[in-house]
Design a protein. Structure first.
Length: 147
């Protein structure tokens, strides 16, 4: 079989798409079973074998999600994390725009992906005793952790 050769950069892009596809595909499968995207996101965080009480600081939580956003969306230096004292702000390109191929592939909407994110952060708020504010737009998304 004559298979193509890909560069490491091309393989990295494939990994991002597959990671997004797994996440969005799971969300769509859950919806087909009556579970909202928000509830699915919440359960994804709550059911992990992660002791979120160990991440008892906004800084640690921001680092975990910085890794998540980088490994799932590959934003590089377009994902900024700013510590403003009582809050940490993560600013990044729109998640929905970054995942547009997988959203189309799974016939899912940007709003569902945003609800998945809302579910993640709802669980983090409950499990880690921090607050969060989420802003989604066509160009940029922002997650603010309140210490």
């Amino acid at each position: 079989m004559n298979l193509p050769e890909y560069s490491l950069e091309e393989l990295s892009q494939f990994r991002l798409q597959e990671c997004q596809g797994t996440m969005i595909g799971g969300m769509v499968a859950a919806a087909n079973n009556g579970v909202t995207a928000m509830e699915h996101g919440y359960q994804m965080m709550a059911l992990q074998q992660v002791d979120w009480s160990q991440a008892n600081s906004a800084e640690k939580i921001a680092m975990v999600f910085w890794k998540h956003y980088q490994s799932t969306y590959g934003f590089g230096d377009q994902l900024t994390v700013t510590d403003l004292g009582e809050r940490i702000v993560m600013t990044m390109p729109s998640l929905a725009r970054a995942a547009v191929y997988q959203l189309r592939h799974w016939a899912a909407s940007a709003e569902q992906l945003n609800d998945l994110q809302r579910g993640y952060w709802q669980a983090i708020e409950k499990l880690c005793d921090v607050g969060s504010e989420l802003v989604f737009s066509d160009q940029e998304d922002r997650v603010t952790l309140l210490k």
